[in-house]
Structure formats: structure tokens, C-alpha cells
Ligand binder design. Structure first.
Ligand code: DGY
Length: 328
């Protein structure tokens, strides 16, 4: 019997690839750049299973082009690039990677929060450019205290809860807003539920950790930025389109809010001439929230195990549409 054919759209660490190789013959897209939609359709045409990243669009056109496909495994917890409903209609299970990357992403949210609050990135840039002219000046480089400040977390999923856990170590007053209130987490993480406008008005730091959906697209736009404190700092480790970039640029330029720290942008990658990049009060990193070891390796292994299980016709460890198993 011939072995199944798997397509992996980006180079993985060897331990993860080995897991897939035990279940299938594997084609790995070797380039640094992701395949174009057309290339992806061509590559997937003979595949039984595909391991994707957030850069690959998994839509009806791709599924049409891959008639043998019986499993999609996404190397991410976010699935906004995957038409899960369409996969479900076709009985194709979609794997994803919850749990294994939440702590690393929360670590980065805190790195961004601290970097923006204490101006570490901005002052480091100044030092390198020869800007440390004075020994020490009592009024220079004043940032904002993080300890005992109010942190507003938007979205109390795994990543939001891990952000809260870290904030407790800084004695922060933690408030949250989420579509669904979570009384158990309120007790466990010492967080207080408030309405979204109240969160924006009360928080010194607003941290976004929501999935990208039609409801969260441009969740933060001009009216929301106007509700924030002028000293407020916005942190986004979720998805770029959750924030309206034009409105954010104007709010940062005009001092409507003090600073922002973004790990995600719309589009990604951000264009080199994007006006946001001209702002000193912006900290920006290139979507590295979960890019730490061993978390990334664990994420790859989970995605690999999901793919291998799907190819063997077994239930995946983490499946976004388990209803396909019931229908089968
Ligand atoms: C995720 O897992 O969704 C991260 O953003 C990395 O892709």
C-alpha cells in the first residue's frame, strides 16, 4: 500500500519533521518566503495532508485544488487564515496548537509592555546613535511605572490568562473584558471584569489577546483610542487587523495615547514606508510572540502529531472542528 503524501509549507525543526515522516512521505517547501496561493494549490494537488502556517490561505479554492486532502494541520493557535467552516463542510479535520505557546506569547506581551513603559527600545536606539550626552539627568527618559499600574486585558483566553498571571507578580490591578465572563478565572487570576469602554478608560495598559474574527476586526479604532488615557499604552500580541493602523498612527502622533507596542501588524510584514515606523513612541517586533524555545519546538511537534494522526485516520490531539468526527 502506498504511503500518504504530506505537504509542509515551511521548514520545521528535524524532531517535528521526523514525526510526520513516520506517517507519510513528506514534501517541505524549502524557501524563506511562503508559497504563493497559486504555488500552494499546485503543491497541494497530490497531498493527503498539509501542515500550514498563518501565511497560507486555506480556502475553498485550495481545498478544490487538493482532491485527496483529508487533514489540515495549522502551526498556530490562530486560525484566521483557514476557512474552518469550509473544511468542516468537506469533513476535513483542522488541527491547531493551543496551550503550547500561550506562556511564550504572554512573556513577549510583558517584554513589549515593559519596553514601551520604560522606553528601553527608544533609549537603546538613542544610545547607539550617540544620544547619551549627559551623565544622568533627573528629568530625562521618564517612562511609566508598571508595578501597581492598572492592566486591562481584552480577551481572557489562554494567552490573556498567562498575561494576568505575570501581571500579578508586578502587583498590578488587573481588569479584563471578554465576550464571555469567566468567574472561575476571576478568582484564580485575581482579575476584575469590566465593560469594554470602562476597561479602555481605566487601564494604564491595554493588552489585546483576542482571536481575529469579524467581530474583533478594528476592535481598536479612533473611538476606542479616544477613550484611553493620554498616558495609556496599547499592546497587541493578537492579530494586526484587531487594530485600525491609521487610527493608531494618528493617536500616537497626536499624543492621544502615550505609546504602543505591536508584535502584529496589518498587513504583515509591515511596509517599510508605513507611517507607524516613523514614530518614536512605538515599539514593534515581527510577530515573534511564540518564537522561543522550547515552546516553538513543542508547537511544531503538536502540529506534526495532529497531521500524523489525521493521516492515520485517528482523532487529532487538538482539533478546531471535532464535529467532523461525529459526522463520520
Ligand atoms: C499563533 O499561534 O497564532 C501565533 O500568532 C503564531 O502564528
Amino acid at each position: 500500500m502506498s504511503r500518504p503524501q504530506a505537504l509542509v509549507t515551511r521548514t520545521l525543526l528535524p524532531d517535528a519533521l521526523d514525526i510526520i515522516r513516520q506517517a507519510a512521505d513528506v514534501d517541505v517547501w524549502p524557501d524563506e518566503w511562503p508559497p504563493t496561493a497559486e504555488e500552494l494549490r499546485r503543491l497541494a494537488s497530490g497531498a493527503d495532508g498539509i501542515l500550514t502556517t498563518i501565511m497560507d490561505r486555506v480556502d475553498g479554492a485550495l481545498l478544490d485544488a487538493a482532491p485527496n486532502l483529508r487533514v489540515v494541520s495549522q502551526l498556530a493557535v490562530g486560525l484566521d487564515n483557514v476557512d474552518v467552516a469550509e473544511a468542516t463542510r468537506r469533513g476535513i479535520p483542522v488541527g491547531y496548537t493551543p496551550g503550547v505557546l500561550a506562556k511564550s506569547t504572554a512573556d513577549l506581551a510583558f517584554a513589549l509592555l515593559l519596553g514601551a513603559a520604560r522606553r528601553t527600545v527608544e533609549s537603546e536606539r538613542a544610545v547607539r546613535a550617540g544620544g547619551w550626552e549627559l551623565q544622568f539627568h533627573p528629568t530625562h527618559w521618564l517612562g511609566q511605572d508598571v508595578h501597581e499600574a492598572c492592566l486591562g486585558i481584552v480577551g481572557l483566553g489562554q494567552i490573556g490568562r498567562e498575561i494576568a498571571r505575570r501581571a500579578r507578580g508586578f502587583d498590578m490591578d488587573i481588569i479584563y473584558y471578554s465576550r464571555t465572563r469567566n468567574p472561575a478565572a476571576e478568582v484564580e487570576y485575581g482579575v476584575r471584569y469590566v465593560a469594554f469602554p470602562a476597561l479602555l478608560a481605566e487601564a494604564d495598559f491595554v493588552a489585546l489577546s483576542v482571536p481575529l474574527t469579524p467581530e474583533t476586526h478594528h476592535l481598536i479604532s479612533r473611538p476606542q483610542l479616544e477613550m484611553m488615557k493620554p498616558s495609556g499604552i496599547l499592546i497587541n500580541v493578537s492579530r494586526g487587523p484587531v487594530v485600525d493602523p491609521r487610527a493608531l498612527y494618528e493617536a500616537l502622533r497626536d499624543g492621544q495615547i502615550a505609546r504602543a507596542a505591536l508584535d502584529v501588524t496589518a498587513p504583515e510584514p509591515i511596509a517599510p514606508d508605513d507611517p507607524l515606523l516613523t514614530l518614536e513612541n512605538l515599539v514593534i517586533t515581527p510577530h515573534i510572540g511564540s518564537a522561543a524555545l522550547p515552546s516553538r519546538l513543542n508547537t511544531m511537534k503538536l502540529a506534526a502529531r495532529n497531521l500524523a494522526a489525521g493521516l492515520r485516520g485517528e482523532p487529532m490531539e487538538a482539533c478546531a472542528n471535532p464535529e467532523v468526527y461525529e459526522a463520520a
